[in-house]
Design a protein around this ligand. Structure first.
Ligand code: FMN
Length: 331
C-alpha cells in the first residue's frame, strides 16, 4: 500500500503531518510522532511578537544601559508572555532537525510587513527543511480596506520568499472576500504551497465576571468542512503549488476525504493533543485498511478525484448545492 506523498517538493512517507501545536513541542513527542508514521512535522510558531519583544528589550538596554534593569522590567512586555525567546526557538529547530529523519517544517507567524521576517533566514540556517509562514491577522480596523490587508499579506510573502530558498508554505485564514484569487496571488508571490486554514482564536464572554475569556476550544469534526471545501475548489488550479488541509481531522476517513478532494498533506493538531502521538499510527492503519477494502493501491490514485475540477459533481461546492440542501431540510 503506497501512502507516500509529495508536499512542497518534499517526499513524505505518509501525507499525515502534525501541524504546529504543543504536540510538536518536545523532542520526545516529535520522535513518537515520527515513529507513529508522521510524514513531516510542523514545529510551533515563532511569533512576530516574540521577535519584536526581543528587539525592543535589546534596543532599550542599548540605549539606557543595563543599570536601569529593574525599572525597565516594569514596562517592557514579559518575553515569557510569548513563550521562548527567539534564540531558544532556533535551538529547538536545530535539535528537532538532529533528532528526526522526517522533514522538519519551521513556522513563522505574523501579520504585518517588518523586520521580524529576517527570522526566516535564521530558521533556514537552523536547518529547517521548509518554512510555514502563518499570516494571522484579524482585520479589525474599519478604516483599512480588504485590498490593503491583501497587499500587506502579499508583501510579507514576497519579503520572506526573497530571504530564503527553502520551500515556503503560507498558512492563511479563510476570511478573504475572494479566497481563490488571493490563493492564486499568494502562489504568485512565491508560496510553494498553501495551508488551509488558520484557526482564529475567538474569545468567549464571561457573563458573571464581565470579562472576555480567551479560552481555546479544541476543534471537532465540524471544522473539517471549510478546509475540505476550499481544497476541493483549489485543487488543480494553482499550478504545481501544494495544498495542505488543517482543521478537524480526527480519523482515517477524515484524512482520506481530504486526499480525495485534493490535499497533498493532511494536518492534525487537536486530536493528537487529545489522544497522544500514537493516534497517528491508528489513523494510518485505518487508511491502509480502507484502501485495501476499496482496492486502492496508492494515495496518488485517489488524490483530487473528488475535487471540483475532477469530481463528478462540480456544482457540489458552490451555491446551487446550497439552495438545494437548504430546501431539502425537513424537521
Ligand atoms: C494549543 C494549540 C496551539 C497551536 N499553535 C499553533 C502555532 O503555534 N502556529 C500555528 O500556525 N498554528 C497553531 N495551532 C493551530 C493548529 O496547527 C491547527 O492548524 C488548528 O488547530 C486546526 O487543526 P485541528 O483541528 O487539527 O486542531 C495551534 C492549535 C492548538 C490547538
Amino acid at each position: 500500500m503506497d501512502l507516500s506523498a509529495r508536499y512542497l517538493g518534499l517526499s513524505l512517507a505518509s501525507p499525515l503531518v502534525p501541524s504546529a501545536s504543543p504536540a510538536t513541542e518536545s523532542l520526545d513527542s516529535l520522535k513518537r510522532l515520527e515513529d507513529a508514521g508522521a510524514g513531516a512535522v510542523v514545529l510551533p510558531s515563532l511569533f512576530e511578537e516574540q521577535i519584536r519583544s526581543e528587539e525592543r528589550t535589546l534596543e532599550h538596554f542599548l540605549r539606557r544601559g543595563a543599570e536601569s534593569y529593574a525599572e525597565s522590567l516594569s514596562y517592557l512586555p514579559e518575553p515569557a508572555d510569548y513563550g521562548l525567546v527567539p534564540e531558544e526557538h532556533l535551538e529547538r529547530v536545530r535539535r528537532a532537525k538532529e533528532a528526526l529523519r522526517i522533514p522538519v517544517i519551521a513556522s513563522l507567524n505574523g501579520s504585518t510587513p517588518g523586520g521580524w521576517t529576517a527570522y526566516a533566514e535564521r530558521l533556514e540556517a537552523a536547518g529547517a527543511d521548509a518554512l510555514e509562514l502563518n499570516i494571522y491577522r484579524v482585520a479589525a480596523d474599519i478604516a483599512v480596506s480588504g485590498a490593503v490587508v491583501e497587499e500587506e499579506a502579499l508583501a510579507v510573502v514576497r519579503d520572506v520568499r526573497g530571504r530564503v530558498s527553502l520551500p515556503l508554505a503560507v498558512k492563511l485564514g479563510p476570511y478573504y472576500s475572494a479566497l481563490g484569487n488571493m490563493a492564486s496571488r499568494l502562489v504568485g508571490a512565491g508560496a510553494d504551497g498553501l495551508v488551509l486554514f488558520n484557526r482564529f482564536l475567538q474569545p468567549d464572554v464571561d457573563l458573571e465576571a464581565l470579562e472576555t475569556r480567551p479560552k481555546l476550544l479544541l476543534s471537532g469534526p465540524q471544522a473539517q468542512r471549510l478546509p475540505m471545501t476550499w481544497v476541493a475548489l483549489l485543487h488543480g488550479r494553482l499550478g504545481s503549488a501544494s495544498l495542505a488541509a488543517t482543521g478537524g481531522v480526527q480519523t482515517a476517513e477524515d484524512a482520506l476525504k481530504m486526499v480525495m478532494v485534493g490535499a497533498d498533506a493532511v494536518m492534525m493538531a487537536a486530536e493528537l493533543l487529545r489522544r497522544g502521538p500514537g493516534h497517528l499510527s491508528a489513523v494510518l492503519d485505518g487508511m491502509r485498511r480502507w484502501m485495501s477494502e476499496h482496492e486502492y493501491e496508492s494515495l496518488a490514485q485517489m488524490k483530487g478525484s473528488m475535487s471540483q475540477l475532477f469530481g463528478a459533481d462540480p456544482s457540489a461546492f458552490e451555491r446551487a448545492n446550497y439552495v438545494k440542501t437548504l430546501r431539502g431540510y425537513h424537521l
